[in-house]
Design a protein around this ligand. Structure first.
Ligand SMILES: CC(C)(COP(=O)(O)OP(=O)(O)OC[C@H]1O[C@@H](n2cnc3c(N)ncnc32)[C@H](O)[C@@H]1OP(=O)(O)O)[C@@H](O)C(=O)NCCC(=O)NCCS
Length: 152
């Protein structure tokens, strides 16, 4: 059977799984804001995100099951969009992050940036394979900064 993979915009119906993935310990360790998120603030954030033209939040579906999320935040200073991604804990180790990144880039017009922790080798691999270039390693916070220009 052919597997069917696509990205779609997130809705309020995705609130539960997004919160579960956000509070997963591995996600928190990889995140620049590692604290747990409470339900009320998550719902408020999701509601405002859905209506925010400076943020794009997508859900990846594989065979009609939500398997991950990818988000782009408009960066005011750098004239680009900062990307971040999370694969559902049960769907890790199957190349989903690569699929999400490739699908997001397809048809995107502009500059994409990603900030990945030095310890997050899997995400560094995924970014490099999606055509991102490592432009800077910031010493203090052990962050790798990636960059990619996309033309639709
Ligand atoms: C990191 C994460 C996105 C990876 O997603 P994934 O689709 O499950 O990635 P995979 O496990 O398929 O790994 C991608 C590649 O990295 C490799 N890899 C995975 N873990 C690795 C490690 N610790 N060291 C070296 N390579 C590793 C895999 O072997 C694979 O390469 P391959 O195709 O050559 O085999 C996922 O684990 C996740 O959501 N983590 C929590 C959130 C997070 O880190 N987000 C990114 C913030 S920038």
């Amino acid at each position: 059977m052919n597997s069917k993979f696509f990205l779609r915009p997130a809705t309020m119906s995705d609130a539960d799984c997004l919160l579960e993935w956000r509070n997963d310990i591995v996600t928190r360790q990889a995140s620049l804001s590692p604290e747990r998120v409470e339900v009320a603030s998550h719902l408020k954030w999701l509601k405002s995100t859905i209506h925010n033209e400076h943020r794009k939040l997508c859900i990846a579906e594989l065979n009609h099951r939500a398997v991950g999320t990818i988000r782009a935040d408009k960066d005011k200073d750098k004239d680009g969009w900062i990307l971040s991604w999370t694969v559902a804990p049960k769907s890790r180790g199957k190349g989903i992050a690569q699929k999400m990144l490739n699908a997001f880039i397809q048809g995107f017009d502009g500059v994409l940036l990603a900030q990945i922790k030095a310890t997050n080798i899997a995400s560094q691999k995924v970014a490099e394979r999606a055509g991102f270039t490592l432009i800077e390693k910031s010493e203090g916070d052990d962050l790798y900064h990636y960059h990619r220009v996309c033309r639709a």
